[in-house]
Ligand binder design. Structure first.
Ligand SMILES: [Zn+2]
Length: 243
């Protein structure tokens, strides 16, 4: 704590949303902006983890793989405070922010969501993007989530980085329509053979982690690659989703 206070004087930190200087007990976002985040509350009693707006995007769309539960932490609106968080950790070389947000998410969402999860698979980015950015933002988010889960229920969830790979020849999803997005994502992901042969992953419950979910088509294509693995089931968690 004392070290943090000294560091805050020497190297002040600023809120990624409003730019205000952070107090020593604040991480990444100031308390004011944190309270104002548009939480989805998919994990609270008004909705259930198995049947909420996010989960409904996956019902009947995951091929032969059973879909268990889903949640997003916040609603994502372009040019809002939530967008600032995402842009900062996606485009401004801030993997620590993704980890901090991941940890915060897991602590708020709580143990019920994570109690039976065996592995986390972050949605992969392609090699070129990873090389350019230096990290995969969903992987950093996953590391934070794993840290948060360890905090709330002393459970260690391993992150499987290389189970699903992403090929390099797809164009950005951002400017495409819903149907174009489905087509664009097809055949982009593939299962790493080593993961397929790895018996540890059979009969497991895997949590797929993504930054922002729009239609769900990217995550669905990712999930479908796991179909050859015996007895696997999936859940989905993202930082944000479109309303
Ligand atoms: Zn702020």
């Amino acid at each position: 704590m004392i070290l943090r206070s000294i560091l805050d004087v020497l190297l002040p930190r600023y809120c990624v949303c409003c730019g205000r200087r952070l107090m020593h007990e604040e991480t990444a976002i100031c308390l004011h902006c944190n309270i104002a985040l548009p939480r989805t509350y998919h994990w609270e009693s008004t909705e259930t983890l198995e049947n909420n707006r996010l989960a409904k995007r996956f019902f009947g769309r995951t091929g032969t793989i059973p879909f268990v539960r889903g949640a997003s932490f916040i609603y994502h609106t372009p040019k809002s405070n939530t967008a600032k968080i995402v842009y900062d950790f996606k485009y401004y070389d801030n993997p620590l922010l993704a980890r901090n947000i991941g940890e915060m998410m897991a602590c708020e969402i709580g143990e019920d969501f994570f109690h039976d999860i065996d592995f986390i698979i972050p949605v992969p980015i392609n090699y070129k993007k990873r090389w350019k950015r230096g990290y995969n933002q969903s992987e950093e988010l996953s590391k934070g989530i794993a840290k948060g889960v360890k905090k709330i229920c002393s459970k260690s969830i391993p992150i499987m980085n290389n189970a699903i790979k992403r090929s390099e020849n797809n164009i950005s999803q951002t400017r495409l329509s819903h149907l174009q997005r489905i087509d664009n994502i097809k055949d982009v992901f593939y299962l790493n053979e080593k993961a397929y042969k790895n018996k540890d992953i059979q009969n497991c419950h895997v949590l797929i982690v993504d930054d922002i979910i729009t239609t769900g088509s990217t995550v669905i294509e990712c999930i479908k690659q796991l179909q050859p693995i015996k007895g696997i089931k999936v859940s989905v968690l993202s930082l944000g989703c479109i309303r």
